[in-house]
Design a protein around this ligand. Structure first.
Ligand code: UD1
Length: 420
């Protein structure tokens, strides 16, 4: 099993270019099977999760060209040959569930093994299934799989109990080819939802309101092939912002969308970090003021993203004073705390909150990346730890960060990948 070895870093310095968004490309790839036409996607990050989704699409009958050198994908799905997402792939990536709405809309049937992915809580899919049911699908749950069938999906009024990102995406895809109008309320407002709706509208769908809490979808008979460039990854952007801050460095982050990372900018400024930005780049200067503690609460967009919670906690562990982090989106997303404490951090869990007593220096240790973002948090902590931090189970990190080590080395970090 491969590992990362991270050394204590000087302040990071230089420029980094952000890749296309993982969480935008995955639903867009699933949506591409809604048409017989060819879809060409640009700004595609070379990630393990993207490759898993490509494999999944091939399983259902798509031809997928993965041209990562040019950050490009081509997807052609003339016929659906199998309406099933097998366990071997679903267990590798929970977002495989996103294929369900598209398969159901195109063929009237979808069978998906129950999902795996990051071990952050129970992560049920009841909201996805309720949405399909409201549109007339019959749901059957068997041992380890779930199946939906519908002769013809019909538009419906659907109110989500919680603004789930995946459920919003799955229902939008299904409703795009349903008969009549779907009104979807209390939906997720994440930029990735807007990107999916933009892609579907280019394919000929009629979706309005993406990015607000109510989305209206007028079903159409057919969708067509199109071309689309995915948005920059706001979580990768946030991770580099926090990396610059934790090392007290100065980093210019290019191909970023400052509008998508407003809560991260706000929290870094509260800590004393100087953040300047224009339309597509963000400058982080963390060497001007002494950094101070702050409190963070994760929320659905436009609140502070749960996917940045662990990286921000690493920063707070290196800032003198007491900070509180309150995770409200997932019920079990504190697995990195044990690992950070192994590195000398002082973090206690109190109910759904974590209380952090910050100290500037951590100690290198052997730690485990328990999920994708927890892994990133350990890399950042490693930059501020004396000696060497050895991170195992890094396949989690490689699921979601393109050229992670290359980008950090360019900023002056010493981090290597070894095969154990
Ligand atoms: C997506 C992101 C993930 C991010 C999360 C929250 C992708 C591929 N992944 O995941 O990186 O951390 O949004 O921003 O885009 N829930 C239910 N029932 C459901 C669905 C969700 O109870 O049917 C709950 C979950 O258990 C969780 C919360 O809703 O507590 C948020 O989940 P959701 O927004 O669905 O996250 P994902 O789409 O899985």
């Amino acid at each position: 099993m491969a590992k990362y070895l991270v050394q204590k870093s000087k302040p990071l310095n230089g420029e980094v270019i952000i890749s296309g968004s993982k969480n935008a490309i995955l639903p867009i790839m699933a949506a591409a099977i809604l048409t017989r036409g060819k879809c060409e996607l640009f700004e595609v990050p070379a990630l393990r999760d993207v490759d898993v989704m490509a494999k999944l699409l091939r399983c259902v009958g798509s031809t997928v060209v993965e041209d990562y050198e040019n950050s490009r994908l081509e997807i052609l799905t003339e016929e659906i040959l199998a309406e099933e997402a097998p366990y071997e792939l679903v267990k590798k990536m929970r977002a495989s569930i996103l294929i369900m709405g598209a398969l159901l809309a195109r063929t009237g049937k979808a069978r998906v093994a129950l999902p795996g992915g990051c071990a952050i809580g129970a992560r049920p899919i009841d909201l996805h299934l309720k949405g399909f049911q409201a549109m007339g699908a019959t749901i059957t749950e068997g041992h380890g799989y779930v199946e939906a069938r519908a002769e013809r999906l019909v538009g419906a009024n659907i109110y989500l109990d919680f603004p789930s990102v995946g459920a919003t995406e799955n229902i939008i895809m299904a409703a795009s080819l349903a008969q009549g109008i779907t009104i979807l309320e209390n939906v997720a407002e994440e930029p990735e939802i807007v990107d999916l709706a933009n892609f579907l509208n280019k394919m000929g769908a009629k979706i309005k309101g993406a990015g607000t809490d109510t989305i209206k979808i007028e079903g159409v008979k057919e969708l067509f092939g199109t071309k689309h460039a995915v948005i920059p990854d706001r979580i990768e952007t946030g991770t580099f912002m926090v990396a610059a801050a934790i090392t007290r460095g100065t980093v210019l982050i290019k191909n970023a969308m400052p509008d998508h990372v407003k809560p991260i900018i706000a929290k870094l400024r509260e800590c004393g970090v100087v953040v300047e930005y224009n339309d597509e780049s963000i400058l982080i200067k963390a060497d001007i003021n002494p950094l101070v503690s702050t409190d963070v609460k994760t929320l659905p967009y436009p609140g502070f993203p749960t996917d940045m919670q662990s990286q921000f906690m690493s920063l707070l562990a290196t800032v003198k004073g007491s900070s509180t982090v309150n995770e409200t989106v997932f019920e079990n997303r504190y697995m990195h705390i044990g690992e950070l404490n192994r590195m000398g951090a002082n973090i206690k869990i109190e109910g759904r909150s974590a209380v952090i007593q910050g100290e500037k220096t951590l100690q290198g240790a052997q730690v485990i990346a328990t999920d994708l973002r927890a892994g990133a948090a350990l890399v950042l902590a490693g930059f501020m730890a004396e000696g060497v931090t050895e991170i195992s189970e890094i396949y989690h990190i490689e699921r979601g960060y393109e050229k992670f080590l290359v980008k950090f080395r360019k900023l002056g970090a010493t981090i290597i990948r070894i095969e154990d």
